[in-house]
Design a protein around this ligand. Structure first.
Ligand code: ZN
Length: 279
């Protein structure tokens, strides 16, 4: 299944074109995607009657696309989940996921402008899991059944704010408005390519900064969901930012941060690309 939020309405992208969920279901399912996640099990069954558009099909106009989960109750984000990113950040390989949050007011549409908060704003392409069916103490074996789908996210980070004081605290520096763009679509687990064929890439002004397969994750998605839900009760629409591969500006020598006018493009195989112009 490929789902987009078009003009604030949940829209299935089918092989016969976009289908408005609320109208097509005659009101059985809501147009508000946040409420749709609460009916995910029934919706997923209903949506099986509409074969997915191929990942190469053109998207609705970018100006109308919104974040695929605009008001999650919770955002869990994982730091240092790729070996070489942990190394470039000056840390060893973690024995357990390093978890922080991005506050929900940082969520933005896939093509919204990025207002730079200062001179040390950095990119971090990440695959983001959206929870469909909530729960606690979910096993790794059952984890993907709880995932509505995956989308492309950026975990934009103001490094100066992030590393203000010791120990560093991540959440504030990653929560300025627009620091969590999501999109362009949600792709259900069964429609995703295998992890080794799912490549995350981030480009700044056309230069490839990050490129790595999802199979490089230290804690793969099912394992993450098992570990996180051992503590937290996950609820429909919740987001899990799964970590960024190496190649962030903070890890470069000299450090390289975003400047006004630069264009940041993040993409993941099988999902698509999101793009921000820095303002
Ligand atoms: Zn991150």
């Amino acid at each position: 299944m490929r789902l987009a939020v078009v003009d604030a309405r949940a829209t299935l992208l089918t092989d016969a074109g976009p289908v408005d969920v609320e109208r097509e279901s005659e009101g059985r399912f809501p147009s508000d995607v946040t409420r749709l996640y609460e009916k995910w099990a029934a919706f997923r069954e209903w949506a099986r009657g509409y074969p997915s558009a191929p990942s190469t099909a053109p998207l609705p106009a970018s100006a109308f696309l919104g974040p695929v989960s605009p008001r999650p109750a919770q955002i869990l984000a994982v730091g240092l989940n790729y070996v070489d990113h942990a190394a470039e950040s000056g840390f060893g390989v973690p024995e357990a996921p390093i978890v922080f949050t991005k506050f929900a007011s940082s969520i933005a549409g896939p093509f919204d402008q990025l207002a730079l908060s200062g001179d040390s704003v950095d990119w971090e392409v990440e695959m983001v899991a959206v929870i469909g069916i909530g729960g606690r103490a979910i096993s790794a074996a059952d984890a993907l059944d709880h995932v509505a789908g995956f989308t492309v996210g950026q975990d934009y980070s103001d490094r100066e704010v992030q590393f203000l004081g010791a120990p560093a605290q991540f959440s504030l520096g990653k929560s300025f408005p627009g620091f969590a763009p999501l999109g362009p679509v949600l792709v259900s687990p069964e429609d995703m390519p295998a992890p080794e064929k799912t490549v995350l890439e981030c480009m700044v002004d056309g230069e490839v900064m990050q490129s790595a397969p999802l199979s490089d994750l230290i804690f793969p998605v099912p394992d993450l969901i098992a570990r996180l839900s051992a503590v937290v009760t996950l609820t429909p629409g919740d987001l899990i930012f799964t970590g960024t591969p190496p190649g962030v500006g903070f890890g470069m020598s000299p450090r390289r941060y975003l400047r006004r006018g630069e264009v940041v493009r993040a993409s993941i195989t099988g999902i698509g690309a999101i793009e921000q112009v820095c303002a």
